[in-house]
Design a protein around this ligand. Structure first.
Ligand code: DTR
Ligand code: CA
Ligand code: ZN
Ligand code: ZN
Length: 442
């Protein structure tokens, strides 16, 4: 049973779309065992060496130790952290810029680093807040995210990666004061620049000593990219439920930019069920040193930090890959689905992901149904929200064979992304057949 992957018109195996990636889901009633196709255009990301990430954490710890015990907004330890990260990126060939802002009467700094090349109209960003609270060095919160994003960026440089999409990295100031730095960055981007950001990946606390593995449930393509990675490790994930508004992704989400990210937990307590699947200690906080002076280099789970660092690299490589051509338009499923004689309706699914906005007013629905006496058949297109569009009614007198045609549907009220289904029912006895293939062209 052959499952197709979305193909561009002309049929090029391209998986990059306006925002991110698309994959065809197997037809639900065709071959449940067949899993989704891997994006053929994504290169494999390198392993991110845990030792390199921890070396950055050691630097952040030293900086705090030498600057009053913290790396907080407005304090010398924060600017020293910015200078450390910037120097690494400048040496690695990034185009860096430091953006100043004022908060609580003190100067704050954002660091933004662009990797030259790629389509700037489809910019993929990854970021982390670099500031700590005043009470400590902030190694998990958020040296962990800052160090992992830094090392992923350095891996891009080591690989001399040339992705289709442009890569940009950000380290934000004054997150602990209320997402001040990231909001300042987003709000001061011209709207044309904001619309060029295809997605923002946020990493805030990704090395908690009693870790959970949480994935933000925001943009479906970004979420699926992380879930696929952890599934490959055999590590179960949960949806991050306390994240909305709790970190810098909110600044981007509020501007309409697709977001996602990873989180290993803060002061909430790990449940028994979570300890069963992840290990660690039930009844104990994911990070007992959250916002405390004990958030030092000893407050890190190496396993969690390593897994999340590698997941970040996987997401950066995957989401920035793709063709250098404009988005793909055609989604097809060629799995055969038998239509039971005078029986229940069956469906075949294509999954559309990473497009923006609604489907077109002239959505093309190409069907190829092999069936004698086609008058038996009722055919519908079902949108992701369940709205059904009648494509063909039954008609006892139509004794011709097969339904091979293209319908045009006004789907402009329907969101483009999601599972679209072709639904076919044989409502009269004696003739049978099957869905051979069908496709949507946007
Ligand atoms: N606000 C973050 C920590 C935090 C708490 N809940 C979440 C959820 C998702 C990301 C981060 C967080 C901080 O203290 O920096
Ligand atoms: Ca690794
Ligand atoms: Zn914090
Ligand atoms: Zn944080």
């Amino acid at each position: 049973m052959k499952l197709s992957v979305p193909r561009r018109v002309p049929a090029v195996a391209a998986l990059a779309l306006a925002g991110l990636l698309a994959t065809a889901a197997p037809a639900a009633s065709a071959d449940p065992a067949a899993g989704p196709q891997a994006p053929v255009s994504a290169l494999a990301a390198p392993d991110i060496p845990l030792a390199s990430v921890k070396a950055h954490l050691n630097q952040f710890q030293s900086i705090a130790d030498s600057n009053g015990g913290n790396r907080a907004h407005g304090r010398p330890g924060y600017k020293a952290s910015i200078d450390y990260v910037k120097a690494k990126l400048d040496a690695a060939g990034f185009t860096t810029s430091v953006q100043q802002f004022t908060s609580n009467g003190a100067t704050g700094y954002n660091l933004v680093a662009d990797w030259p090349g790629g389509d700037v109209n489809r910019t993929v960003m990854a970021g982390a807040h670099l500031d700590s609270v005043g009470s400590g060095a902030g190694i998990n919160d958020n040296g962990s995210g800052s160090a992992a994003v830094l090392e992923a960026a350095l891996a891009v440089s080591r690989a001399q990666l040339q992705p289709a999409k442009h890569l940009r990295f950000g380290w934000w100031g004054a997150e602990e004061l209320g997402l001040v730095g990231s909001r300042y960055y987003v709000n001061n981007l011209p709207s044309t620049e904001r619309s060029r950001i295809a997605g923002y990946l946020n990493f805030d606390m990704i090395g908690s000593p009693n870790p959970g593995y949480f994935v933000y449930d925001d943009d479906p393509v970004i979420e699926q990219t992380f879930k696929d990675y952890f599934a490959g490790l055999g590590v179960p994930t949960e949806i991050e439920t306390e994240g909305d508004g709790r970190s810098d992704h909110a600044s981007f989400k509020n501007a309409g930019i697709p977001v996602g990210g990873l989180f290993t937990g803060a002061s909430r307590t790990k449940s028994s069920a979570q300890a069963q699947k992840w290990g660690g200690t039930a009844g104990q906080a994911f990070d007992r040193c959250y916002h405390s002076s004990c958030d030092t280099t000893s407050n890190i789970s190496d396993t969690a930090l390593d897994r999340n660092s590698d997941a970040i690299a996987h997401a950066i490589w995957t989401l920035s890959a793709g063709t250098t051509e404009p988005p793909g338009d055609l989604y097809e499923n060629t799995a055969d689905v038998a239509v039971p004689d005078a029986g229940a309706a069956v469906t075949s699914t294509v999954t559309v992901l990473g497009r923006s906005g609604n489907a077109p007013a002239a959505l093309k629905v190409g069907v190829d149904i092999k069936h004698s006496w086609r008058g038996d058949l009722v055919v519908d297109l079902v949108a992701p929200d369940g709205t059904a569009f009648r494509l063909k009614n039954s008609s006892g007198s139509d004794s011709a064979d097969n339904v091979i045609t293209t319908y045009t549907v006004d789907a402009s009220a329907e969101a483009a992304n999601g599972d679209w289904k072709l639904r076919v029912q044989d409502v009269a006895r004696y003739d049978t057949g099957y869905i051979d293939s069908w496709k949507l062209t946007f």
